[in-house]
Ligand binder design. Structure first.
Ligand SMILES: Cc1ncc(COP(=O)(O)O)c(C=O)c1O
Length: 377
């Protein structure tokens, strides 16, 4: 059945791509793009959706739309893909790095509260690897401190918190649609909001000759009604055509992946020195970007563990995220992030094969051998 679904998705992508191509839906804003924007925003529960050429531009458009002032502080975790942080700096705001919680590896709400001051204007959260952040607490903190909330949901298409979709909590939420994501345009992104003003500002940031009727009737935006701000960051319609197929099948694939994740949860729970990300209370995983998170506890044993996984042909991926706050660009940030730093070299992802044929027996045997060789306990 799993094979069948994946083949169906591949087949549909080929057919729909060719139809779109033959209909010359190869640039601009054909029906495919408009339909995706509408259906995706409805699915998440937001009024407006606008696509971009990638997730990075969507984040930048979101920050631009909120109209922060120079040097406004935006609180963000450091253990992210750099695209969640770079746009803050590009738009002259200041990223303030927050640690992650030792169990859930999502933003640490206690550290977040400690780092808020009168220059703080926004919070940008990432739901890492498909695991939702503690949204009750984050929404409360944002409200109490009058902070705008941006959700980067690039790993978490279809995840939820308290039965509400991830992406429905922020003032603006964004999703990358890059090729590895569970809704993949190859390259692409989408930003969602309930706020019409933010939506129009995002439109002027990356689009031109679009939403003209709305822009012309607005004093602030009318000067951009023909040209936007002269950035062209729109999505490729053929990519969006591919994303549409994934979107139609998201629920089914997410269900399969959840079953796989649950079985792996059960396998690793019996090892004291193996950990995974704890799921926040009320959260349901989704999107499952990149692989199943696994955390080892002894840095000196990692190279031997990697050899074992290789022997058993289990694809163990090193943490693709680095310590962003240590980069030359952010050297002024001067922050203390003990959990982020401790976990960085101990964190790995077990890749789930595209056809979802994960070999549980192999994983079990691999871990038994690891234990026999005193690599884990
Ligand atoms: C959490 C996160 N945010 C943003 C991005 C950027 O998305 P894109 O590659 O589409 O620009 C990525 C890319 O993987 C990501 O992982």
């Amino acid at each position: 059945m799993k094979f069948f679904i994946r083949f169906k998705i591949i087949f549909l992508k080929i057919i729909k791509l060719n139809i779109s191509f033959l209909k010359k839906e190869i640039s601009g804003y054909p029906e495919t793009v408009k339909k995706f924007e509408k259906q995706f925003s409805e699915f998440i529960g937001k009024d407006y959706g606008i696509t971009f050429c990638n997730g990075t531009s969507s984040i930048e458009a979101a920050i631009y739309a909120i109209n922060f002032s120079p040097n406004d502080q935006i609180l963000v975790t450091a253990s992210n893909f750099h695209a969640s942080i770079g746009p803050i700096k590009n738009l002259k705001c200041m990223p303030i790095f927050v640690d992650i919680d030792k169990d859930t590896l999502t933003i640490d709400c206690e550290d977040l509260k400690k780092k808020i001051n009168n220059k703080s204007k926004g919070i940008l959260i990432v739901h890492p690897w498909g695991y939702p952040c503690n949204m009750d607490e984050i929404v409360k903190i944002a409200k109490e401190n009058n902070l705008k909330l941006i959700e980067d949901c690039s790993h978490a298409h279809g995840a939820s918190y308290n039965k509400k979709r991830i992406g429905s909590f922020g003032d603006i939420s964004i999703f990358s649609l890059q090729g590895g994501k569970s809704v993949a345009a190859g390259e692409g992104g989408i930003a969602l909001t309930d706020n019409k003003e933010y939506f129009l500002r995002m439109s002027t940031y990356g689009h031109f000759d679009r939403h003209k009727e709305n822009l012309i009737n607005n004093n602030e935006f009318k000067k951009f009604s023909k040209t936007g701000i002269s950035k062209k960051l729109r999505a490729h319609p053929l990519g969006i055509c591919l994303a549409n197929v994934d979107f139609d099948n998201l629920h089914i694939i997410n269900n399969y992946k959840e079953k796989i994740y649950k079985k792996i949860d059960e396998i690793i729970i019996s090892y004291k020195t193996l950990n995974t990300m704890k799921i926040n209370i009320k959260a349901e995983r989704g999107g499952y970007f990149s692989g199943y998170p696994i955390i080892f506890n002894d840095i000196n044993k990692i190279s031997k563990i990697k050899e074992k996984f290789k022997k058993f042909k289990i694809n163990l991926i090193e943490n693709p995220w680095f310590l962003t706050h240590k980069l030359e660009i952010y050297k002024d940030s001067n922050c203390d992030l003990p959990v982020t730093e401790k976990i960085n070299n101990l964190f790995f992802l077990i890749r789930i094969p595209y056809f979802l044929n994960f070999n549980f027996k192999n994983l079990k045997n691999c871990l038994i051998e690891c234990k026999k060789d005193d690599l884990i306990n």
